[in-house]
Write a protein that binds this ligand. Structure first.
Ligand SMILES: Nc1nc2c(ncn2[C@@H]2O[C@H](COP(=O)(O)OP(=O)(O)O)[C@@H](O)[C@H]2O)c(=O)[nH]1
Ligand SMILES: [Mg+2]
Length: 106
C-alpha cells in the first residue's frame, strides 16, 4: 500500500497552496530511520516549511534528551527540532505555538 502513497502525497506536498507547515513525527527513543530522512529531504526539495518533532521524550533522561536532539539534528540536517511527550505533555505548548505561527504565516 505504501508504494501507492507517492501518487497522492507528492502532488499534495508540492501543490497544496494552504499547506503552511509539515510536522514530521519521529520516535526520539530509537535511531533515526532512513525513511524519515527521505521524507525530510523531500520536504526540503519541495521548499516546504517543516518541523521535526521527536516523540516519547518522557522515556529519555535529561542527558538522553540532549543526545536525542543532537542525533536527530545530525541525522536529518534539520534546524527546527522539538521534543515532545504525549504522556507528560512536555513540549506540547511549544509545538502548538509553532503550529499557530506556521498557520498564521500565509
Ligand atoms: N511513554 C510514552 N509512550 C508513548 C508516547 N506516545 C505514544 N506512546 C506509546 O507508544 C506506543 C505507540 O504509539 P504511537 O502513537 O503509535 O507511536 P508510534 O508508533 O511511534 O507512531 C503506544 O503504546 C503508545 O501508548 C509518549 O509520549 N510517551
Ligand atoms: Mg504507531
Amino acid at each position: 500500500m505504501s508504494a501507492e502513497w507517492p501518487k497522492f502525497i507528492d502532488p499534495y506536498v508540492k501543490e497544496r497552496a494552504t499547506l503552511a507547515l509539515c510536522v514530521c513525527l519521529v520516535d526520539a527513543t530509537i535511531p533515526a530511520r532512513a525513511s524519515d530522512g527521505q521524507l525530510i529531504e523531500f520536504l526540503k526539495s519541495a521548499g516546504r516549511e517543516y518541523l521535526v518533532v521527536g516523540t516519547k521524550s518522557d522515556r529519555l533522561s535529561g542527558n538522553g534528551r540532549a543526545k536525542a536532539l543532537k542525533a536527530l539534528r545530525e541525522a536529518f540536517g534539520a534546524e527546527r527540532l522539538l521534543l515532545v511527550s504525549s504522556k507528560t505533555g512536555a513540549g506540547m505548548g511549544e509545538l502548538w505555538t509553532r503550529i499557530e505561527l506556521g498557520a498564521g504565516s500565509w
